[in-house]
Design a protein around this ligand. Structure first.
Ligand SMILES: [Zn+2]
Ligand SMILES: [Zn+2]
Length: 384
């Protein structure tokens, strides 16, 4: 972990105590409550329903509201959607949307550099949650969220965010629990739908800044550390396709392929059918495939210019035919990408079939190169 310029007075004590105490309550107080309380007094079906409702409501408020709506304006929403995501977004204890969006817009603008609030080059833990505890940066100036400052609902949430968060996150579940089954059920609702849910939703969100900038594939661009992770997508309502998101940040979809798990995208689409949201922004399909092809082409080039060119003659001859055909594919692909770029500029319709075929060829070529690399492994190559 690299904590440059670390000084004790830079610790944000309130945040640090909150993050640690919610963890302690979840892993010590909650198990004690479960052990000591007769299960009929806990009312498990009620507790689990309330817990899952809260996980979905607060989780989606962050992904759909804080992230895709307010930070990226990837669609427009009517006030009920805004109000819901502001109330339940506050309940996730991830700051006001104004602060969140300001940090997040800086993250996209300065990704992997000093001014990136959750810069992964400062270490996995720093990107995950260290950045919240150690104030290494100057205070936020909100100069990148002037548009949000014009929204009265956003400003109301910003002003009262701590009160809204306390009420929505702790008081409301406890009151619902109390009405349902008395004091013991109220305590259970406070611990399960309140505290434990905060820990789960917060750390799932944090994984996007840590895991999705460390592990996974980069099919659209290697310009930043952002990566696609199906596992994180599963835990974060679809936010794990982070390489796509960093490449096309204004698209309301993160999992752009039909088989990718992106419940946030499905919810936005569904809300649009009820006219609660509109103006959904989508990057044209051919631009997405072009990005994939160009990235694939540059990865093939990389392979060819680094380890393939340094293979010992004996190994090289063995694979000559395969390498020759890969070289040819790479040259053809470069040509195709050039033509595609021209047709995109001139708005010429490109056949979807040929795009898909190229996509398959690139995937196959990269797979062959990886296999060849495995077969031809020699220690000198690893060192270089
Ligand atoms: Zn990111
Ligand atoms: Zn984003």
């Amino acid at each position: 972990m690299k904590y440059k310029n670390f000084e004790i007075h830079r610790i944000s004590w309130v945040t640090a105590i909150f993050l640690v105490s919610t963890l302690l309550v979840t892993f010590i107080a909650l198990p004690l409550y479960i052990i000591k309380t007769p299960s009929e007094a806990i009312h498990w079906p009620f507790q689990l329903s309330l817990f899952f409702f809260y996980v979905i409501a607060t989780g989606l408020s962050i992904t759909l509201g804080y992230h895709r709506l307010f930070s990226h304006i990837s669609f427009k929403a009517k006030w009920p959607v805004k109000l819901f995501t502001l109330l339940f977004g506050a309940a996730s204890f991830e700051n006001s949307v104004l602060d969140w969006a300001s940090d997040h817009r800086d993250h996209h603008k300065f990704v992997d550099k000093e001014n990136d609030p959750y810069d992964i080059s400062k270490g996995f833990f720093y990107a995950h949650m260290g950045w919240l505890i150690f104030k290494l940066r100057p205070p936020r100036r909100h100069d990148n969220v002037k548009d949000l400052e014009k929204d009265p609902l956003v400003m109301w949430q910003h002003k009262y965010v701590q009160w809204i968060a306390m009420f929505m996150s702790f008081v409301l579940p406890a009151v619902i629990g109390g009405v349902y089954g008395g004091a013991t059920t109220a305590l259970g609702a406070f611990l399960i739908a309140g505290v434990a849910r905060i820990v789960i939703v917060q750390h799932s969100t944090f994984l996007i800044n840590s895991i999705c900038h460390t592990m996974g594939k980069r099919p659209y661009s290697t310009r930043s550390s952002a990566r696609d992770s199906a596992l994180v997508a599963f835990l974060t309502f679809g936010e794990g396709y982070h390489n796509f998101h960093h490449t096309f940040q204004h698209d309301y979809r993160n999992g752009v392929k039909p088989w990718q798990f992106d419940p946030t995208k499905w919810t936005i689409w569904l809300l649009s059918k009820f006219k609660l949201v509109d103006s959904l922004r989508r990057v044209p399909q051919h631009k997405i495939v072009l990005a994939e092809l160009m990235e694939g082409q540059s990865q093939i080039e990389d392979h060819l210019s680094t380890w393939v060119s340094r293979l010992p003659e004996s190994t090289r001859k063995l694979k000559e035919d395969t390498l020759r055909s890969i070289q040819e594919i790479s040259e053809e692909l470069a040509q195709y990408c050039k033509e595609l770029q021209t047709s995109t500029k001139e708005r010429i319709q490109v056949s979807q079939t040929s795009l898909q075929e190229w996509r398959k060829t690139v995937a196959q070529t990269l797979k062959t190169l990886e296999e060849l690399r495995g077969q031809c492994w020699v220690p000198e190559l690893e060192k270089a």
